[in-house]
Design a protein around this ligand. Structure first.
Ligand SMILES: NC(=O)c1ccc[n+]([C@@H]2O[C@H](COP(=O)([O-])OP(=O)(O)OC[C@H]3O[C@@H](n4cnc5c(N)ncnc54)[C@H](O)[C@@H]3O)[C@@H](O)[C@H]2O)c1
Length: 272
C-alpha cells in the first residue's frame, strides 16, 4: 500500500479493536508496516492478521509494557522483521475507575505503571535505537481529556495521563536535537460502534452498542459538537503526527475531542 506513511514502521501498544486497532488500521492504510503490541495475545495477533488481510505488513507481539525485558525483546523482534521502528504510539492502558480513598497501592502502581512506565520504556528503547541508527522518528503519546481535568473517582488514570502530557514535552525537548519528534493526541469519550464493528471483523461476536446507548447519549448531549469522535478520527491525526506534514511539530498536544476541553465549565450544551 502507498500513502502518507509509506516506508515507515509503526509500533503501537495496546492494539485492541477500539482505539489502538483503529489507529493501527488508519496508519496501515497509509502504507505503514505495523507492529501490534499487547499483553492480551488475541489483541496483538488478531490486529496483525487483520491488517495483513488488508494488504499491510504487520507483526503481532505479546508484551507487558511494564516489563523491561519484554519491551527490549519486542523491539528486537520488530527490528528483525522490519529493520527499524521509526514511529511509536504509546497507547496501552488499564481502565480502573477508583478514587484516592478506595484505590489500593497495588492498583495505583499497576495503572500508573502501564501508562507512565510503559511509555517510558518503549520511548527509551525506540529513541535509543533511532539515535544509534541515525534515523529520525515520531513518538505519539495517547492522553485523554481526563488527563487535562480533575475527574472524581479516577485518580490513577487522571494522574497517569497528565503525567504523560508533560513526559511528552520533556522528552520532546531532550530528543529534538536527534530529529525525533514527540507529541501527544488527546481523545475523549469515544463512539463505540466502530470498535465493536472492528472486533467483529477480527472474528469476535458482535456486541450490540444499543446496550450502552443511555451512557453514550449522556456524553453525546454534553459535548459541544453533539457527536463523539470515532477511533478513525484519532487515526487521521496520528497519521498526520507521524508524517512529514508534521515535520515542525514537537512537544505539542492535539485534542480530537469534539470541543470537550474548550467548553466553558458553566455552559452545558445539553441544557442550551
Ligand atoms: N475509549 C475511550 O473512550 C478513551 C477516551 C479517552 C482516551 N482513551 C485512551 O485511548 C487509548 C486506548 O483506549 P481504548 O478504549 O482503545 O482501550 P482498550 O481497553 O480497548 O485497549 C487498551 C489495550 O491496552 C492493553 N494493555 C493493558 N495493559 C497492558 C500492558 N501492561 N501491556 C500491554 N498492553 C496492555 C489491553 O490489553 C488493551 O488491548 C488509551 O490510552 C486510553 O486512555 C480512550
Amino acid at each position: 500500500m502507498s500513502g502518507k506513511l509509506t516506508g515507515k514502521v509503526v509500533l503501537i501498544t495496546g492494539s485492541s479493536p477500539n482505539i489502538g486497532g483503529g489507529i493501527a488500521e488508519g496508519m496501515a492504510d497509509e502504507g505503514a508496516a505495523i507492529v501490534c503490541v499487547d499483553v492480551m495475545p488475541e489483541n496483538a495477533y488478531q490486529c496483525a492478521e487483520y491488517l495483513k488481510g488488508r494488504g499491510a505488513d504487520a507483526l503481532g507481539v505479546v508484551c507487558d509494557v511494564t516489563d523491561e525485558t519484554q519491551v527490549k525483546s519486542t523491539l528486537e523482534q520488530a527490528q528483525q522483521k522490519f529493520g527499524f521502528v521509526d514511529v511509536l504510539v504509546n497507547n496501552a492502558v488499564m481502565f480502573k475507575q477508583k478514587g484516592v480513598l478506595d484505590m489500593t497501592l497495588e492498583e495505583w502502581e499497576r495503572q500508573t505503571g502501564i501508562i507512565l512506565s510503559g511509555s517510558f520504556l518503549f520511548t527509551k528503547y525506540v529513541a535509543s535505537a533511532l539515535i544509534d541508527q541515525k534515523r529520525r522518528g515520531s513518538i505519539i503519546n495517547i492522553i485523554s481529556t481526563a488527563g487535562h481535568q480533575g475527574q472524581p473517582g479516577n485518580v490513577g488514570y487522571c494522574t497517569g495521563k497528565s503525567g504523560l502530557l508533560n513526559f511528552t514535552r520533556s522528552v520532546a525537548m531532550e530528543l529534538a536535537e536527534y530529529g525525533i519528534r514527540v507529541n501527544s493526541l488527546t481523545p475523549t469519550a469515544t463512539a463505540l460502534e466502530e470498535g465493536f464493528d472492528r472486533a467483529a471483523k477480527w472474528g469476535r461476536p458482535k456486541v450490540d452498542s444499543v446496550k450502552f446507548e443511555s451512557v453514550m447519549d449522556g456524553f453525546r448531549k454534553s459535548i459541544p459538537m453533539q457527536q463523539l469522535p470515532r477511533p478513525a478520527d484519532y487515526a487521521k491525526t496520528a497519521v498526520f503526527l507521524a508524517s512529514e506534514d508534521a515535520a515542525m511539530l514537537t512537544g505539542t498536544d492535539i485534542k480530537v475531542d469534539a470541543g470537550a476541553l474548550a467548553r466553558y465549565w458553566a455552559w452545558d450544551p445539553a441544557v442550551a
